[in-house]
Design a protein around this ligand. Structure first.
Ligand code: HEC
Length: 123
C-alpha cells in the first residue's frame, strides 16, 4: 500500500515538474521584434543607471524610491506620471537627462514588467 501511494505521489511530482519546467511564461506574452528591442533597451538603461539601488522590482531593490513593478498600471500613477519622473526627476529622484527615446525604452521595459506582475497586483 505504501509503495502504491509513494508511486502515485512520485509520478504526480514528476508530471508537475515537467509542466512547470517546460512551459515558460514566454508563450503567453508575445512581442513584436521592435517592441522586444525597446524593452531590451529599457532593461539595459535600468541596469546601467542602477535604478534598483533606489527602486524595487518584484520587491527586490533599494528602498529610497517607490516599488516600480506596477507603476504603469497603478491607477494613482500610470504611464504619464512615470514619464514625468523620468524626464524631470523628483525631489530625491535624480534627473538623468534622458532623451525621449530613452524614456520610451524605459517605459516599454516597465510596461513589460507590469504585464508579468499578474500575482503581484493589489486589487
Ligand atoms: C538616488 C535614488 C534613485 C535612483 C538611482 C532612481 N530613482 Fe526613481 N525615484 C527616487 C525617489 C526617492 C522617488 C520618489 C519621488 C522623489 O522623492 O523624488 C523616485 C520616483 C520615481 C518614479 C515615480 C514612481 C512613483 O511611484 O512615484 C519613477 C517612475 C522612477 N523613480 C523611475 C526611476 C528609474 C527608471 C530609474 C533609473 C533610470 C530611477 N528611478 C532611479 C529615487 C531614485
Amino acid at each position: 500500500m505504501k509503495v502504491i501511494i509513494f508511486l502515485i505521489l512520485f509520478t504526480g511530482y514528476i508530471a508537475y515538474s515537467i509542466v512547470v519546467y517546460t512551459r515558460g511564461t514566454d508563450s503567453t506574452i508575445i512581442y513584436e521584434n521592435k517592441e522586444k528591442e525597446q524593452i531590451n533597451k529599457g532593461k539595459l538603461l535600468f541596469q546601467q543607471y542602477n535604478c534598483t539601488s533606489c527602486h524595487q522590482l518584484y520587491g527586490l531593490g533599494g528602498y529610497l524610491g517607490p516599488e516600480l513593478t506596477t507603476a504603469i498600471s497603478d491607477v494613482q500613477r500610470g504611464e504619464l506620471y512615470v514619464r514625468a519622473f523620468l524626464k524631470n526627476g523628483g525631489n530625491r529622484m535624480p534627473n538623468f537627462h534622458f532623451t525621449n527615446e530613452e524614456v520610451d525604452a524605459l517605459v516599454s521595459f516597465l510596461k513589460s514588467v507590469d504585464t508579468t506582475a499578474i500575482t503581484y497586483k493589489r486589487h
